[in-house]
Design a protein around this ligand. Structure first.
Ligand SMILES: [Zn+2]
Length: 390
């Protein structure tokens, strides 16, 4: 096996499952094992790097390649975490190669892309090609749930000219995508014995009215102003929980709401708008029993970059063409990425990587090794050719 395949196999064999807010812990969860491996890997490569704590057991790994005389710095970003392994039909952490595909959790999202970036980064460090860009290689945490890793990275003002975020884009450039805001609404009631329900207030009945209104609201949103490619904004109630036992009138019920925003929409205004719709529909007494819990996911969309960034799109397209022998398409996608938080902090950001999002998060996740090799070549060409000013 070649170095690239060995590196990807190593990364897939290290579990780095994001608990996705479920309070799961133990070996296999969080990014610690990946960070340890990356720390050794950057040490062996002999580059300066930092391990920056984001949360207990979760560290961003940030390494640098300083190109002599470079006028630009690129940020390469790939996340260390994967989604959980529930329902998988293959052994998630036993990388297996079959017909040019490498199977395993994270192979497609995004250990394949991280491998390609690391291989390109190492080659830049070893070859130090004349005129190359400096590169900050960031391996972030918690992309799959709340993006805390990339938010911390963005807040640190990394001093780069352009961010390239690795996600499975089938070697095309993604320059805009939706964002998301997720929050809970809680209905309170008054508990009592279920044999005398008239003595209490049933929180589940109250929530039933809330959910009906949210469904109406979602329909209105779907008919509202749409993005030409990404379509209209959306709202979905994805979880409901409440009550203690069947013989108790419940005093609480909660729903979780996922609101996807299109570029240009304000996320907190979207939450306020939904809130106003509920209050108007429920009547004034709702203020006494309905509680809005602040969002726990607040992920910016990626806006198509303005004039200053259009030049970057062209230059990156040319670099990729040098690497893979064909000019990549430029498109938008519905899913969110680390490019959202980076772009919201004022960094021109583009998404590019090997593999197809259709294979990400699946029960038999895989990536085509040829795509990973081509991506490595493309990332290398970005580093090699983007060293001069725009
Ligand atoms: Zn991903």
């Amino acid at each position: 096996v070649d170095d690239l395949t060995r590196l990807l196999s190593d990364l897939v064999a290290i579990p780095s499952v994001n608990p996705m807010g479920r309070g799961l812990s133990g070996p296999g969860f969080l990014e610690g094992g990946m960070s340890d491996y990356l720390e050794r890997w950057f040490s062996v490569l002999g580059v300066p790097f930092e391990r920056r704590p984001v949360a207990p057991g979760r560290d961003n790994l940030i390494a640098r390649y300083d190109a002599p005389g470079s006028r630009t710095t690129l940020l390469f970003d790939a996340h260390q975490d994967t989604v959980p392994t529930d329902g998988m039909t293959i052994l998630p952490f036993l990388p297996t190669i079959d017909a040019g595909r490498l199977y395993g959790r994270g192979s497609c999202d995004i250990k394949g892309g991280m491998t390609a970036m690391l291989v390109a980064f190492a080659r830049l460090v070893r070859e130090r090609p004349a005129g190359s860009a400096s590169v900050i290689m960031a391996c972030t945490v918690d992309e799959e749930f709340t993006h805390t890793g990339s938010m911390q990275l963005a807040a640190s003002r990394p001093g780069v000219d352009l961010a390239i975020v690795s996600e499975p884009t089938r070697l095309d450039i993604v320059n805009y995508h939706k964002g998301a805001v997720r929050w809970k609404v809680r209905a309170r009631g008054v508990a009592c014995h279920s044999s005398t329900p008239h003595l209490g207030f049933n929180a589940i009945y109250r929530m039933a009215r809330v959910v009906t209104l949210l469904a109406e609201y979602a329909t209105l949103l779907a008919q509202g102003e749409a993005h030409p490619v990404l379509g209209p904004p959306s709202l979905s109630v994805g979880r409901i929980e409440g009550g203690l036992s069947v013989n108790v009138v419940p005093d609480w019920c909660e729903v979780e709401i996922d609101r996807r925003v299109i570029p240009g929409e304000d996320r907190l205004a979207a939450v306020e708008d939904a809130k106003a719709y509920l209050i108007a529909g429920l009547g004034d007494d709702a203020a006494d029993w309905l509680e809005f819990i602040p969002p726990w996911v607040n992920m910016p969309s990626l806006s198509p970059c303005g004039e200053s960034c259009k030049i970057w799109v062209e230059r990156v397209q040319n670099a990729i063409a040098l690497g893979i022998g064909g000019t990549p398409a430029v498109a938008g996608v519905p899913y969110g990425t680390d490019a959202g938080p980076l772009n919201a902090a004022g960094l021109p950001s583009l998404v590019f990587g090997p593999g197809d999002i259709a294979q990400a998060h699946t029960k038999d996740e895989w990536v085509e090794l040829d795509q990973v090799r081509m991506a490595a070549e493309a990332y290398y060409q970005m580093g090699r050719t983007l060293g001069s000013e725009c």
